[in-house]
Ligand binder design. Structure first.
Ligand SMILES: [Zn+2]
Length: 456
């Protein structure tokens, strides 16, 4: 494609009215006023003369799409970018690039986020040919189920983008049943998703077999969010809001709730008590942190690398207490970590303790409980001084022990207002387990779509 001067593209996702939209609104108000005048018959119209009102209606007509507007529809695919599609539909390269640049500024039009085969509609003013191409006056595209974007050409030839967000209604659905082959199959058959099965299994960590599919005959009950448009058309499945399990080794009910004070969403039992934290972040108490998690320059090699844990400064011999219940998965020596122990916990978590001076006489495979002393701080392996290097891994990946969200163990009963709000929400979920309610959660931001730009 040739190089073209960049034209300014404006994007507005707030309620800044488009000129034509503004005039439409004015015209509608005027029409409303005229109707009122018919019934009220004032001697003198308060704000506007009849001539002024007639002029406003004429302006309104000026903004209706005229007969020479042509609409052409193309498809954006992995092989055809939006700008190319516009050119194929008849736009010149400059207009195509300007319209697409404006659309992209919304952050909604990139190939990763758009569904393959997304339709794009281009509107042309056929009465004004520009060379061999028709004059592009507007482009509309629906990159996802929720949003429709409309880029309209402005007097200065830039494109102004309006984002139309569908009013989504969140309703709830229940999926309940019995495991036949495995949890995921049963939940999907009942209307849930594989993601719901994973969230469900994580809520019952005492049953290690549940993540693997559970046992035949175990019963589950779930309620999850479903996004629908105003006509009740399904848009997408949302989060699990309730999970009950009656299994061989584990049973219970969990309700999702977001306390108003912390804003932190987690699951609470029927009495409003969150799951207990199963790990601590501080295996040697509140020791000073020498080095945090993340990218850093290695103190010995000088190279930038990921620091996979937290370094707690402490004198040699300080006892190290295991961060949670689990079993010792590794105990031994390596060049980097020195003398170290890796412990496997529930929910796919592991913790690792490195640079120890000595172990506390345990063995691989042995069960340990939160707070058990497993070894002592030292500087074995590649360490610049005496410290504990502590790691947490989730499903084999390093996570930041300081920012990791762990269950809080919070009891809502200590805050009556919070408990009442929780109980109200719980009652709604319980009621749903027989019926379905809908609550409106999202509302639209935007400007009216206007097909006709303010051409000079
Ligand atoms: Zn470290």
């Amino acid at each position: 494609m040739k190089q073209h001067p960049q034209r300014p593209a404006r994007v507005d996702r707030s309620l800044r009215p488009h000129h034509a939209a503004e005039r439409t609104v004015v015209a509608l108000i005027v029409l409303g006023m005229l109707t009122l005048f018919i019934f009220v018959r004032p001697q003198q119209p308060a704000n506007m003369t009849g001539a002024e009102a007639a002029q406003a209606i004429l302006d309104f007509r000026d903004n209706m799409p005229d007969a020479s507007t042509a609409e052409r529809i193309g498809q954006v695919t992995s092989g055809a970018a939006a700008a190319d599609v516009l050119e194929v539909l008849g736009a010149n390269a400059t207009d195509a690039a300007a319209a697409v640049a404006a659309l992209r500024q919304t952050g909604l039009v990139d190939r990763k986020r758009m569904r393959p085969g997304t339709a794009l509609t281009a509107y042309f003013d056929e009465s004004r040919m520009e060379g061999e191409a028709s004059r592009l006056i507007a482009v509309s595209i629906k990159p996802n189920a929720k949003n429709t974007l409309l880029a309209t050409r402005q007097a200065d030839d830039s494109f102004f983008v309006s984002v139309l967000t569908a009013r989504l209604v969140t309703s709830h659905r229940r999926a309940a049943g019995m495991i036949d082959t495995d949890l995921q199959t049963a939940l999907v058959a009942a209307g849930g998703t594989p993601a719901h099965a994973a969230s469900f299994a994580a809520l019952f960590p005492d049953d290690a077999s549940l993540a693997e599919g559970g046992h035949r005959g175990e019963r589950f009950d779930t309620v999850f969010e479903v996004a629908e448009d105003e006509r009740g058309n399904f848009i997408e499945n949302g989060e699990l809001v309730f999970a009950a399990f009656n299994g061989v080794t584990s049973r219970g009910s969990w309700y999702r709730y977001t306390p108003g004070d912390t804003g932190r969403t987690e699951f609470f039992d029927a009495n409003g008590v969150a799951a207990q934290p199963f790990l601590t972040r501080f295996p040697i108490g509140r020791a000073p942190i020498n080095s945090g998690f993340g990218q850093r320059y290695h103190p010995l090699t000088g190279q930038l690398h990921l620091h996979t844990g937290i370094d707690f400064r402490a004198p040699a011999g300080t006892p190290i207490q295991v961060a949670g219940d689990g079993t010792i998965a590794f105990m031994g020596f390596s060049e980097g970590y020195g003398r170290h122990i890796r412990v496997r916990h529930k929910r796919g978590y592991e913790t690792l303790y490195a640079h120890m001076s000595s172990f506390a006489g345990l063995a691989k495979g042995e069960a340990v409980n939160t707070g058990d002393v497993i070894g002592y701080v030292g500087d074995s392996g590649s360490a610049t001084g005496e410290h504990l290097h502590f790691e947490i891994r989730r499903d084999g990946r390093w996570v930041n022990p300081m920012t990791l969200e762990l269950p809080s163990g919070r009891n809502l009963a200590s805050d009556p207002a919070e408990l009442a709000a929780f109980m109200k929400q719980k009652a709604e979920i319980d009621a749903l387990r027989g019926a379905t309610i809908a609550t409106e959660v999202a509302t639209a931001v935007t400007v009216l779509p206007v097909m006709q730009p303010n051409s000079p």
